[in-house]
Design a protein around this ligand. Sequence first.
Ligand code: ATP
Ligand code: MG
Length: 425
Amino acid sequence: MSKIKAIRGMNDILPEKTPVWQFLEKTVRDVLAGYGYREIRTPIVEQTDLFKRSIGEVTDIVEKEMYTFADRNDESLTLRPEGTASCVRACEEHGLLYNQVQRLWYAGPMFRYERPQKGRYRQFHQIGVETFGMSGPDIDAELILLSARLWKQLGIEDVVTLEINTLGSAESRQAFKNDLVAYLTTRKDDLDPDSQRRLTSNPLRILDSKSAQTQLILNEAPNFHDYLDAESTSHFECLKALLNSVGVNFRVNPRLVRGLDYYSKTVFEWVTEALGAQGTVCAGGRYDGLVQQLGGKSTPAVGFAMGVERLILLIESISKLPASLYQQADVYILPLTTTLEVKQKILCVAETLRDETELKVVLGCGDGSLKSHLKKADASGARVALLIGQKELEHDTVQVKFLRETIDQQEISVKDLTDSFLTKF
Ligand code: ATP
Ligand code: MG
């Protein structure tokens, strides 16, 4: 019988990798807490219409990437492809946006039916940050600063750069879109096939086409910044001034557009050259129209989402995490004889150590030979093994065997172990 395997593009994260994930998650939690952001958790499954109405019918996600299915009641449900829509839905449903501002974050798996490759999976993880009720560029700047601090703490600040752009108001975007389509239609035959298709579905996405030929054609296209409304222009100028004053470097990329329909004004991406084609590790922007579009009161909002797998790849490729992060045990306790009394004693000593120290204590369970116990003790990363047999049981002592240093084995009392010996660890 063939063995069952995981679904393509959906990965197990094995124990040897989880320390990096935990390091990232803890760093993010701490940095976000330092800016007063609170966590929100929403279901993984939502009504399909939530995503259709927010992300937009003619986006890549809704057209071809969603995991959509009918449940037993024939209701159309979708595994969330991103977190913003769910966050807005939850906030509206529970009145969190009424007369108040919110600074929120979430983390968890997202699902998109894409072609799996390095940095692109079908189940992947995002950590997202969303703010509501603040319309000025100061909160845009806060989000960018927060992410910059995060890169520093993750040790990847030298390999990511910030790109920003403004998408203006819906009206200015529409006027630009009309002229862009008119121009590109005259050059349609020279565009790459994807861009030809987008000409009628989502023309703004053509701006970030990867085709060199299409990019050449775009050099002659109308320039969006000539269409910008006054309010968006001053918002963008102010954001740039704020970033300059706090020393955040950025590049204005006039061709930066986002894949989702709901953005307006500020958009930004943190990109890297270290991951090949999957170069965007964090992306976000302002979406002042979304809350209203989903049936709520008009509410300014801005947020971003990080791709956790891509950040992990970056961290692994450049920073050396402390070995202690990977260490399973500080102390390994094992029996020298396999009597019930010795096993009881070992359990008791281990519990005492856990009560009185912060050390990681792992037990050598089972009836293996001393050699096999010591092999496991070594693999656990522990610095010392504590050996207990009949004699130690009677004297209330343990044999301390140093696993990493050339120091003679010592017999010490259980009391000294917690009072003085292990406190020096
Ligand atoms: P891309 O252009 O790479 O497809 P996107 O515009 O679809 O990205 P967003 O919807 O903005 O991405 O998601 C935010 C971040 O989530 C991305 O910048 C990326 O880091 C990560 N991400 C998106 N799709 C995937 C995926 N399939 N696998 C892994 N990470 C992903
Ligand atoms: Mg995508």
